[in-house]
Write a protein that binds this ligand. Structure first.
Ligand SMILES: *Cc1c(COP(=O)(O)O)cnc(C)c1O
Length: 483
């Protein structure tokens, strides 16, 4: 048996590369990453051409090992350099995500030390890093000292955690679900409805409050709906407001909605996945007035704080409500620190997760290394770029623009001299996408096919917006000539 153990160790030895091998691999990987970043500006924002049909053998796992240079050479065309290039300056589609370089370096360190960021006693420093990030966010939005939350993998999970907390804080029981009412709008992100279903509340009444002309939740309609539902014997429970809708970037009137929530004893959850980080800059802060009066909220650092994908956050005004909805114990966890000290609440007590990565290091290191100022400036820059694009588009012939943007998304469509508006705009979208230098997406607003420019990447500046505007004008002329 001893011989077999030794033989197995020898076979497993590639799992523990020596210093020379590690350093060689590091150099290769860093070289690859540097080339990627150097080439990115010259790449299309979107590779319009369908990726070539790479043989399955490259993807499949085989017994034999593959050399690193071969792997990296394969990765470039088959994974990295195809379709949507998220960090590209010209990516103006959906909610444009872009990952800071320093955050990627921090991710490397977090994976190397592999701190167990689920439970306080195992990694107190890592958890204090995350807690101070949450405290920073809570301070930004104006939450009181008793607020905290959890760093999640993204906004959808953060919405789920917020909704489950609201459910338990109001002691909703299954036999009441069908009479329970949630107030949201047609512009509420679909992850809220998904979270309600996952939380067992699929049968709850979802009241879609009408929107005003700015695509914001209409408060008089909200009040009327609550009153009617009460009179009908239903149980109004939760308002889901949005600080920055995905389609148009509209910020619901949070101050007034908070007043309605408070006076009716409803839980107010604010989805600020995209918009909430804008509180960092003065014009954003002004728009978000009332956010501090919500009971829970979410924000996505992997959107508006330029983190690589995989970082969301949920904040709850009263962290004990979050804990009550998620706390569990298990015999084999008995060695962890007692719960008596609130400073020692573990992330696992506040989320559906137990084992989880040290996902906060990327944001903490980025903020520490660069300071908050660059983030504040970048967000205000995006807001101004959107206003600029809105004004310039409205000056272009035959472009019909939506309302002035609250945050950093501009909606518009081209009104052709003749023919079907939607068909024309589909062709225009396709022409832009085929060109590839910028990439925009479309949506339906009030049942109308609408184009949008979403400005959020940290690499997106004035010259990209100017390029987008001139491409739109040029392609619109070309499309008009073909029909
Ligand atoms: C992106 C987004 C979500 C979902 O967040 P994920 O991180 O994609 O899970 C929720 N709400 C809004 C408003 C969003 O823009």
């Amino acid at each position: 048996m001893i011989e077999r153990i030794k033989e197995l160790r020898r076979q497993a030895s590639p799992l523990e590369p020596d210093a020379a091998w590690r350093s060689q691999m590091q150099n290769q990987v860093m070289g690859y990453a540097d080339r990627f970043l150097a080439d990115l500006p010259g790449m299309p924002a979107f590779f319009a051409q369908a990726p070539h049909d790479a043989p399955q053998s490259g993807f499949s796992i085989a017994e034999a090992a593959t050399p690193l240079d071969q792997l990296l050479a394969w990765l470039a065309p088959n994974v990295d350099r195809q379709r949507l290039m998220l960090g590209h300056a010209g990516n103006l589609s959906f909610i444009p995500e872009s990952g800071l370089h320093v955050a990627a370096l921090a991710d490397y360190l977090a994976s190397i030390s592999n701190k167990y960021a689920g439970v306080y006693f195992a990694a107190p420093g890592a958890i204090r890093v995350e807690r101070s990030l949450l405290r920073w966010m809570a301070g930004l939005v104006g939450y009181p000292d008793g607020a905290s939350g959890d760093l999640t993998s993204g906004g959808s999970i953060a919405n789920l955690v917020g909704i489950v907390t609201a459910r338990d804080a109001h002691r909703l029981k299954a036999d009441q679900f069908a009479k329970t009412v949630v107030y949201l709008s047609a512009q509420t992100h679909h992850s809220a409805a998904k979270a309600l279903r996952i939380a067992g509340l699929g049968e709850a009444v979802q009241r879609h409050v009408p929107l005003d002309e700015f695509h914001r939740m209409d408060v008089p309609s909200l009040m009327a709906a609550i009153e009617q539902d009460r009179a009908a014997g239903l149980n109004p429970w939760l308002i889901i407001a949005t600080a920055g809708t995905t389609d148009t970037g509209a910020v619901d009137p949070l101050e007034q909605i908070a007043h309605v929530a408070k006076s009716n004893d409803l839980w107010l959850h604010v989805d600020g996945a995209y918009g909430a980080p804008f509180v960092l800059c003065p014009p954003g802060k002004q728009l978000m007035a009332g956010l501090e009066r919500s009971d829970s909220l979410i924000m996505d650092p992997h959107k508006s704080l330029f983190m690589p994908l995989g970082l969301g956050a949920v904040l709850v005004r009263d962290v004990y409500k979050l804990r009550d909805a998620h706390y569990y114990d298990a015999g084999y966890l008995q060695d962890r620190d007692s719960l008596g000290d609130p400073a020692q609440i573990s992330p696992a007590d506040l989320s559906p997760e137990l084992t989880r990565p040290f996902r906060g290091l990327r944001l903490w290191m980025s903020l520490k290394l660069l300071g908050v100022g660059p983030f504040r400036a970048a967000l205000e820059e995006k807001m101004l770029l959107a206003r600029y694009a809105h004004r310039r588009l409205s000056e272009l012939d035959r472009f019909e623009v939506g309302v002035e943007p609250d945050l950093s998304i501009v909606t518009f469509r081209y009104i052709p001299e003749r023919g079907d508006v939607e068909a024309f705009n589909r062709l225009l979208l396709k022409a832009i996408q085929d060109d590839g230098r910028i990439y925009i997406s479309s949506t339906q607003i009030d049942g109308r096919f609408t184009l949008r420019l979403a400005i959020l990447g940290f690499r997106t500046h004035l010259e990209t917006v100017d390029l987008a505007l001139s491409l739109l004008a040029e392609k619109a002329r070309l499309v008009a000539d073909t029909i």
